[in-house]
Design a protein around this ligand. Sequence first.
Ligand code: SF4
Length: 259
Amino acid sequence: MTGILYDASVFGPIKSRRLGNSLGVNLLPGNNKVCTFNCVYCECGWGKKPLGTKGDFNDTTLVLQALEKKLQDLKSENFPLNSITFAGNGEPTLHPDFPYIVNRVLELRDKYFPQTNITCLSNSSTLENEKIRLALIKLDNPWMKLDAGSQKMFSLINQDFQNLKIENIVENLQKMNGQLSIQTLFLRGFYNGEKIDNTSEKEINLWLKHLKKINPKKVIIYPIDRATPLSGLEKIEAEELETIVNQIRSAGFKAEMYY
Ligand code: SF4
């Protein structure tokens, strides 16, 4: 598999377009993507259907020890840390100890960097599980993926392994009671001769209807930024994304674009 994989459970801090100085926490294995999706633009490259066994994930105790050590080092340097971020080689909420890990990371943040946000980049596919929803809403920034309006575009872009229905994903996002942000990557291209385009009027209108149900605190949109596993995908121009930002604002939501 080509793509960027993080071999450490704690990586960075890296300078993030969206988050500033971000310290990554990777709960997934170092040599493999573990995700319920296989997005055509995934920076980790193509993946396989996850096995979901405990052995697939980084050890909870070792992750927390590595994080505490790194936070101690950064604090001794007076490092301006903006975010502790669950990210890395797949979907963080698949880790079987995710709710416990969230509680421990909150404690570590409060001890070493009480002003720093905790962010989770999640693909929104695991929210049927109430414990995961409750864990996510404890965080400052649960950034939940919603890349499509229609079922067809969702399947084409996110290549979900579980045959989820986008309506169910939206219903589960609604259950987070507005304590979330939505993140959406806009793109165009082709997959096996089928047109990928989540910027069309039809797609945007459906997606805005989903947003109205979900009522997010903020909507974050961005284009492709790095090499993608599916070739030929188009980076949407900033001007076109600005039009979408204006549509989001007209619908009554805060919007941010990262280019
Ligand atoms: S949800 Fe994230 S990690 Fe999973 S395939 Fe999509 S981009 Fe990659």
